[in-house]
Design a binder for this molecule. Structure first.
Ligand code: ATP
Ligand code: MG
Length: 245
């Protein structure tokens, strides 16, 4: 069976500077794939290119169809959606109106169904549907950004650092929701600084350094790799504890 998303040999440049070099990546159906890696590795650049925000060289297939030449709107229509790193909500608009923007160009009936689904996934957003987005807590804003992306009923949701700046309890909530999305048939491509949580929930993992993948495979295999343990998983907790001496 074909992958839902198949990126092959993709390169992305900012002017003369090549930020992503010849990477290939797959996301299967009903799967969570994660990209972990240090700051500046090229993770955001890659998600933006898959979404069609940045131009790329190379092949991108979605559901077996070549989408490399499509613009953003057509990629959205094909079933892709991106929650950007900085969430990009409309702060002076209500929660409900922000959500409605995500259903832009959808028939009214499907928008109503999408509202129901999003409110079921995030009851907090339903309680606060009249509140201005700018007055939401950081965690609620992340939920709203995810909710808005889900209003278009995507088949692949790309998340850029969803846990950024959030307290551990909220992070756990967000990750639980990501798992629920997979169970509901939405595939996820997750970029995360929190490598431990990301590798735990993911089916497939990629480790990115300096514009390329240095390692990829089933998430549990990648988690067990000594380089990953040393660079991304090692001594968390122990390192934070003050020494006894
Ligand atoms: N608009 C831009 N113009 C020029 N260079 C850029 C631009 N955006 C990003 N870069 C560079 O491309 C490289 C990859 O950046 P990118 O934001 O994709 O990394 P990242 O892996 O998402 O990092 P982080 O974990 O900090 O979010 C970096 O060297 C960055 O400086
Ligand atoms: Mg980034």
């Amino acid at each position: 069976m074909t992958m839902l998303l198949s990126v092959s040999d993709v390169s992305i440049s900012y002017g003369k500077v090549e930020a992503v070099r010849s990477v290939s990546l797959d996301v299967g159906r009903d799967e969570i794939a994660t990209i972990v890696g240090a700051n500046g590795a090229g993770k955001t650049t890659l998600l933006n290119a898959v979404m069609g925000i940045l131009p790329q060289h190379g092949r991108i297939a979605f559901d077996g169809r070549d989408i490399a030449g499509l613009d953003i709107e057509d990629r959205v229509a094909a079933g892709l959606s991106l929650v950007p790193e900085h969430r990009e909500l409309f702060g002076t608009m209500s929660v409900a109106d922000n959500l409605l923007l995500g259903a832009f160009r959808r028939p009214r009936a499907s928008a109503a169904r999408a509202f129901e689904r999003v409110y079921a996934l995030f009851p907090r957003l339903k309680e606060r549907r009249q509140q201005l987005a700018g007055t939401l807590s950081g965690g609620e804003q992340q939920m709203l950004a995810m909710g808005r992306a889900l209003m278009g009923e995507p088949r692949l949701l790309m998340l850029d650092e969803p846990s950024l700046g959030l307290a551990p309890l909220i992070v756990a909530d967000i990750f639980r929701t990501i798992g629920e999305l997979r169970a509901a048939g939405v595939s996820v491509l997750l970029v995360e600084q929190n490598a431990r949580a990301a590798l735990q929930i993911a089916d497939r993992a990629y480790v990115m350094e300096l514009g390329g993948f240095i390692l990829s495979g089933p998430a549990d295999t990648v988690s067990a790799d000594p380089r990953v343990i040393a660079s991304y998983l090692g001594f968390q907790g122990e390192a934070a504890a003050p020494s006894a001496g």
